[in-house]
Design a protein around this ligand. Sequence first.
Ligand code: ADP
Length: 489
Amino acid sequence: MPSLRTAEAAISISPNPLINALGWLIGLVVACGIVVINSETHTDLAPTILYITLLLMAANLFSINAVISIALMCILLLTAMFLYNGGYQRWDSTTGFFRCLTALSAITFLALRSKYAADRLRLNEVYLIGAQRLSQTGSVGFRGDGEEMSWSDESARIFEYPLTQPPTAAMVVARTHPDDLASVYEVFAKAARHEPLIEIKHRLLMPDGRIKHVHMIASPLFKQQESCEYLGAIMDITASKEAETALFCAQAQLAHVTRVTSLGELAASIAHEVNQPLSAITSSGEACRRWLDRPVPDLNEALQSLDRIIASSCRASDVISRIRALSRKCDPLRQPESLNNIVSETLGLVQQEMAHHNISPQVELLAFSGQVQVDRVQMQQVIINLIINACHAMGAVKVRDRVLHVRTWISDDEAVVEVADQGSGIAADVLPSLFTPFFTTKESGLGMGLSICRSIIDFHGGRIWATSTVGQGTSFKFALPLLTSGGAN
Ligand code: ADP
C-alpha cells in the first residue's frame, strides 16, 4: 500500500540538519568574504547589498530560520563594517548606511515572504502527492485537440510509464484494452467538442497481459474560443472492480444453490407437470393405434392423434427445458423480456405446489407493451421464492381463505409485480430484517431466499419491499425499470 511517507520522501519540506548547517557555513563564509573584500577595497555599500541579496536568494533553498539568521548576520556584519570603517564620522556615508539597512530589511522581508510561499507550496504538493498515492488517483491535464498533455506521477504509475516520459494521447491509446478503444476515442471526440464534463470507465491492457480498470473524469479548466484545457482525475479502480466481480460471482453461486434447493421443493410439482403431457402422449398413442387397427384404418383420426402426441411431447420438453434452465449454472444474461410472460411461465412451474397446499391463485396480469431488461431465470427464481414463502405462510389458514394474489402493473416508468398472501403476516419489528441474509423464522429455513431476491432485483436496477399486517397477510412487491415507455394498453 503506498504511504504518505513515500510521498514525503519524494518532496522534502523540512531540509535536514546537514543542509541547514551547510547553509549557515556558506552564509558565514560569503558574508565574511564580502566584508573583508569591501573593507580592503573600500567599495561602496551598494554592491555589498547586491551580494547579500544573492545570498538571501540562495538561502531560499534552506529553512526560514536559516534565511532569518543569514539576514541578521548580514545586517550585523554591515553595521560592524560601517563602524570599523568609521563611516559614522561622515554624513553621506551615515545616510548611505541607513539606506542600505532599509534596503536590506526590505529584501529580507521579500525573501522571507517568498520562502514562506514556497514552503506552503511544497507542503501542499506533499499532501497532494500523498493523497494521490493513497487514493490511487492521478491528475491529468490535456488540451481539447489532444495535442498537449501532462499528468502527475501517480497517473504515470497507473499507466505504468516511466515518470520522466512526457505523456501523449498515443501512450493512452497504446495502454487501452482493444475492446474499450472506441470509448477512449469517444472521449477524444468529446474533448474536441469542448464538452463540459468527460467521464469514462475503461480497461487498460498492460504489456504483461494484466488488466487494470480506470475511471477518468475531467472538466474544462480554461475555455477560450479556439482551445480548451481540461483538468481531470484518473482513478485506479482495479481493486474495487475485482472485489465487485468476486461478490457478483459469489452471489450468482449462492443464487444457483438456492435455486436448486427450491427446485427440490418443487419436485412433486415438476413431476406432475411432466407427467401430464406424458399421460396425454400415452393415451393419444393408444387412440392412434386403435384408429389404425380397424379393418378400415381411419387415417384422419390417426393423424390427429399423432398431432396431439407431437404437441404433448413439445409441452413435456418445454417443461423440462425450463427446469433445466433453472438448475443450470450460468452467468446471468439480461435481455428484453415481458414480465407478464415470465410470471405466467413461473406460475406454470409452481401450479402443482399451490394445488398441493390447497391455494387458489388469483392472477391479474395487466397487459402492457413495456418490456424489462432481465435475466429470465433469475426473475423466475424471485417469483418462485415469493410464492413458496406465501404457500408456507398460509399453511395454518382455513383452506377457503388460502388465496394468493399475483398481479403486475405499470407505475410511472417501472413494471411492478406483487405476490400477496392471506397468511400469518409479519410483525412490524421483524419487517426490516426480512432481506438480511440468514434471517429465518422457519425450523428448516436457510434465511437466504429473500436476501437473494433482493440482490437479484438490485442487480437489475430495481427495488423490492414488503408490507404486512399480522394475521391478515403479507404483500411482496418488486419494481423494475421499464425498457421502453410502452404504458398499459
Ligand atoms: P426462509 O424461507 O429459508 O426462512 P427467506 O429469506 O425466504 O428464508 O425468508 C425469511 C423469513 O421471512 C421467513 O423465515 C419468514 O419468517 C419470513 N417470510 C417470508 N415471506 C413471508 C410471507 N409471505 N409471510 C410471512 N412471513 C414471511
